[in-house]
Design a protein around this ligand. Structure first.
Ligand code: ATP
Ligand code: MG
Length: 220
């Protein structure tokens, strides 16, 4: 599903990623962890195609991201859900509009958009918040909207960058249950997190980054 070969990413003289070789199978649930600045977000952005490696190759479902057209990359991205570390909600649009956008671009019918949006908000514990605007919500609520938006298309791949960074422990637990159910339906999951609690007793694969390199791989 995801193959990274000798990926390096430099910003000036700063090596954000240094010789990353990782393979993730379809349906896998993988955590990426490591200290702040280790390169987690950079790695996720490279997988999503919003950052280009300085050298190395990345294949998603056998497609080489450095070789495909902008249009094909856009089409591929529609099959990927991304929960951004800073949410990236559109503040001038309501919660409903923010989430519906992901369905409108794939041409979903209005009645289905309403139904699915309602279900997704319910799944993240925000039923009834459709008409609110992002800035009327707490950080944790905004984060859950970002999660709802990312899962609504039942993506083949869900990438989440510190998705529970603003959530309290109870909601974090609920969101992890939600992620597991998404994974059980066949979506491949890649989650970056600092949260040690999240990594305890998961039975999932954990990749530890430090200074842009993989320093450890274990099962949590
Ligand atoms: N757009 C950018 N321009 C310049 N340097 C960048 C850019 N993005 C990341 N970096 C640098 O690359 C390194 C890795 O950053 P990255 O955001 O991937 O770390 P991270 O592991 O996600 O950290 P955090 O846990 O704080 O989110 C850092 O040294 C950062 O300063
Ligand atoms: Mg980050």
């Amino acid at each position: 599903m995801i193959q990274l070969f000798k990926i390096c990413k430099s910003y000036g003289t700063n090596k954000a990623l240094d010789d990353i070789n990782i393979r993730m199978r379809k349906g896998e649930f993988v955590f990426i962890t490591g200290p702040s600045g280790a390169g987690k977000t950079t790695l996720l952005r490279i997988i999503f195609g919003t950052a280009r490696p300085t050298s190395g190759q990345i294949l998603i479902d056998g497609i080489n991201l450095s070789r495909i057209s902008r249009l094909k990359l856009d089409l591929l991205r529609r099959k990927i859900g991304f929960v951004f570390q800073d949410f990236k909600l559109i503040n001038s649009k309501t919660i409903f509009q923010n989430i519906a956008l992901a369905l409108e671009v794939v041409g979903e019918r209005p009645s289905m958009i309403r139904k699915k949006t309602h279900q997704a908000l319910k799944a993240v514990g925000l039923a009834g918040k459709e008409k609110a605007f992002p800035l009327e919500l707490s950080g944790g609520e905004q984060q859950r909207v970002a999660i709802a938006r990312a899962i609504i298309n039942e993506p083949m791949l869900l990438i989440a960058d510190e998705p529970t960074g603003n959530l309290d422990p109870d909601i974090t637990k609920d969101i992890m249950v939600l992620f597991r159910s998404v994974n059980l339906k066949g979506t491949t999951l890649v989650i970056a997190t600092h949260n040690r609690e999240l990594l305890k007793n998961t039975g999932q694969r954990i990749i530890v980054l430090e200074k842009g390199r993989v320093i450890e791989e274990r099962i949590g």
